[in-house]
Design a protein around this ligand. Structure first.
Ligand code: HEC
Length: 270
């Protein structure tokens, strides 16, 4: 999980390793079923919906940044292409009336979006792939590049506002705390501590970055960030399943290459 497979040919040992891992993991899932390790919390539901910003002739318009500013709602976030926006909902218990609750919420969010779009001389359309989309629309300028500038050292500056910067830096300090605890767990041979502290920096801990930040972070930054969270999750899982500290150390060292390379590339200014 969380790791690109870079090879298309595999050796006999790879296949053997794969098959033994598969057996181990199947046994583990069986054990989790038997010991009721899965969540017994009530079922939850949520949704995400993608929409397009179009002009009066039905062509896409690359204005999601000004649109999001105008709409100013945490349930909206930018997509990679500047003519797309994603709508979300706060997840709710899967109760009898959840669908009508969602409908009411979506209705009001949709109205807000239509108004924001109208104020920018455009319209809001819910569709998978816009039929009027042309090859010529798919340019680099229409992709979110993030809000960056050059500066006197050789890193790229990401420009955020004060509270956005605080959010990112708080996440960073949480990364560092996890690393310290993982190391402590390793030195005390306490794999439970390793797993629980790594999980604190995993994907679930990432929370929802406000849409305003997501639009300002360069793609490579986001990729590295996501990969780092995924590596924490993988480390946590393997620590529990394999209890092999040298494997964990190797994972930790590879994970920390992400910290090093991102820090070498970016800094944040206000
Ligand atoms: C996707 C990019 C990225 C990754 C991955 C990343 N960082 Fe950072 N980190 C940053 C940036 C950017 C800053 C701000 C640096 C600056 O402005 O000079 C920062 C700052 C920090 C700070 C300073 C926090 C503060 O309050 O000033 C710490 C600590 C830190 N990172 C730890 C880590 C650790 C540990 C990891 C790896 C587990 C990590 N970071 C991974 C981008 C990243």
């Amino acid at each position: 999980m969380g790791e690109e497979i870079q090879y298309s040919r595999f050796t006999k040992t790879d296949y053997q390793k794969f098959s033994s891992r598969l057996k181990q993991e199947t046994a583990l899932v069986k054990n989790w079923f038997e010991t009721n390790r899965f969540s017994s919390a009530p079922l939850m539901a949520g949704y995400e919906l993608e929409a397009w910003l179009i002009n009066k002739t039905g062509k896409p318009v690359a204005i999601n940044e000004s649109f999001l500013k105008k709409a100013n709602n945490d349930l909206l976030s930018p997509e990679l292409a500047k003519f797309n926006v994603e709508l979300n909902v706060a997840p709710g218990n899967l109760s009898r009336n959840i669908l009508s609750t969602f409908e009411t919420e979506l209705d009001s969010l949709w109205q807000q979006c239509s108004q924001a779009a109208a104020s920018l001389d455009s319209a809001f359309l819910g569709i998978g792939i816009l039929p009027t989309l042309q090859d010529s629309d798919l340019t680099l300028e229409n992709i979110i590049q993030g809000s960056t500038t050059e500066n006197s050292d050789d890193r790229i500056t990401i420009l955020l506002d004060d509270s956005e910067r605080n959010l990112v830096l708080a996440e960073m300090r949480a990364f560092l705390a996890s690393i310290q605890q993982v190391n402590q767990g390793l030195s005390e041979n306490n794999m439970e501590l390793v797993a629980s502290s790594a999980r604190k920096s995993g994907n679930a801990a990432q929370g929802n970055m406000p849409g305003s930040i997501a639009g300002k972070l360069p793609i490579d930054f986001k990729k590295l960030g996501r990969d780092t969270h995924a590596r924490f999750d993988q480390l946590a899982m393997d620590a529990e399943d394999l209890e092999d500290s040298s494997h964990t150390m190797e994972q930790l060292s590879r994970l920390m290459k992400n910290c090093v390379s991102c820090h070498a590339m970016y800094r944040i200014d206000i």
